[in-house]
Design a protein around this ligand. Sequence first.
Ligand code: ZN
Length: 413
Amino acid sequence: MQKQLAVSALFYFIVCSVSAQISSFTPKKIIGGISQKLIINGNNFGANQGNSYVSFNQESGQYLDAAASKALKYLSWSDTKIELEMPVAFSGKVKLNINGTDFMSGDTLKVTANLGYRSANPMVYEYLTNNNNRGGYTWYIHKTYWDIPEAKAAIEAVFREFRCKTGVNYILAPFSTQVGFNLGDTFNVIAPDPQLGPVGYNERLWTSCILGNETFYNIKSHDLHMSTSQDWYYGTGVCPAGKTKFRYVLYHELGHSLGLGHVNELGQSMFPSVSFLPSNTWSGRDSITSDERTAISYFINLSQNFTFRACGISPLSKVYDCQDVYGTNTSIDNVKYSPLTVYPNPANASIFLESVNLNLNETQICIRDYTGKQVIKTMYTEEGISVADLREGIYTIEIQTIDARYTAKFVKY
Ligand SMILES: [Zn+2]
């Protein structure tokens, strides 16, 4: 009896100590967060997943914990092969946990880009939408950069690059702004930030809309902070010693605005450090990388094709002319009609205008009578507009900017 027990205990020990082994995985280079399939080959993985899981190196330096690893999207699991959707990760060895015991791969899996998500299974993102009613997002250049021709040209070039390589419908407003950082306003600004510790910082505000059992997450506004403590180089090519390349930092921060997270692969714009070494060895290029292009394009495609419709949400439009960073060729169908207030109304002598969206000073105003005939065309000033010479009747005020058209009616008595 004693002997039989000993034998069965020994047998149990042998079964449990059989080593799993990762012999190979495919591909060796992968993008996280865009549902690319990773295939892990080897043996003794177990016939089914049970409590076992695959884990990956993270930006924190830790591996994804057991709960998060089990929540990844596994496509198949057998004793010799595991297939799963590649999550966001840093390059590193692949970790396999079989019933509580860790096994590491011999090779390193290289993660060249990461698209961030809210959940890995299924992958749920914070989508971009038709936020400006012109198919995407309008960014405002702060007067500081607007007034430096090289800085303005740098911003335009970087926008052209993203529009042409990824199809993102980002446009620049055709006038500068001096508004501060405020995610609650309608201004997505690119502006200097004297308080900023890092070189650059992209700040985003997401919002959600619930319809039935679906919660749709989307990006409501952005701001892009650029440090004032840098000695900026606005040009192209290799950055002169001691300076920080403005365009390269814009690639990195706009990459974040398009959903990208960091990677630890040298040569990528999303490598965490953006100035000096090591990024100075590759920041001389004036383009995003092909991996960044693949990851962002995947996200833009999702943002253009989602079917969710509620809370005024509609998808990102396709870019009409990718070189046209100010969106001046955009079809008039997309023009936004926004409220404009006229007071006093009815009016006898002068009228005054108010708009939340528009700086009215020195804006050209057109007033039409009830037949549509233009009766006044003038620049708006704080003195208002004299309507003393108009006949009694109903008139329409019209302001047409490149960005939008505003109309309001008033009564002359
Ligand atoms: Zn970053």
